[in-house]
Design a protein around this ligand. Structure first.
Ligand code: URA
Length: 200
């Protein structure tokens, strides 16, 4: 199945073809329990691309990533540094996706196998959107893009993923449960803002 995922991802020449290839991919059982295939949201030309984990209940209903409580926090966080998913100007825009396009039952954490099978599609998604900066929101995208979890140890510094600068950050769902961690998330956001300015 991994070979099939790699072939299908590599064959996709644009984002529309990639979404179609992912929607047709039969490698993950969870697709049968999900209402929606959730591909991405925002401006695909954005300089900043955010990668989350997987759709939750509200995302599954709406068919868009990060529209629930954590998503509203994510929007507020990025608005604070002048970025929005509905911005037309790539310098002010945000593009958002997840490692998994289907909701895992009961919002459980994606398995290592599910993450591994969807990673070729994620890598292709990043290559096609070609953002200047990646934001790795939480353990699952860290596992997919950096080959390791442990987001609390990864955050706070720049790394490289998919051939570009990447900033690991704690997931907004974690910040809702641990409001004291918002101070560190703010430091990560400021670092993203500074990097965008330096490389404007
Ligand atoms: N959490 C995620 O990681 N992604 C979503 O789309 C929603 C919640």
């Amino acid at each position: 199945m991994l070979a099939q995922a790699r072939l299908a991802a590599a064959a996709a020449g644009d984002l529309v073809a990639l979404a179609a290839a992912m929607a047709a991919f039969e490698g993950l059982e969870i697709r049968r329990g999900a209402k929606s295939f959730v591909f991405a949201d925002g401006n695909p030309r954005a300089r900043v691309m955010v990668v989350g984990e997987a759709p939750g209940r509200e995302e599954d209903i709406e068919g868009r990533p990060f529209v629930g409580r954590a998503g509203r926090l994510l929007d507020r966080m990025f608005a604070a540094i002048g970025l929005a998913r509905d911005a037309g100007d790539p310098a002010r825009a945000l593009y958002i996706t997840n490692v998994l396009p289907w909701r895992p039952p009961g919002n459980r954490t994606p398995t290592a196998e599910e993450t591994a099978l969807m990673t070729p599609f994620l890598q292709r998604h990043i290559a096609l959107a070609d953002p200047a900066i990646l934001v790795i929101m939480g353990n699952t995208p860290a596992q997919a893009l950096l080959g390791r979890g442990g987001i609390l140890g990864l955050r706070g510094q720049w790394t490289a993923a998919a051939g570009r600068p990447a900033r690991p950050m704690t997931h907004p769902a974690y910040l809702l449960r641990n409001p004291l961690a918002k101070r560190e998330a703010w430091a990560d956001l400021l670092s993203i803002r500074d990097r965008l300015r330096e490389h404007a």
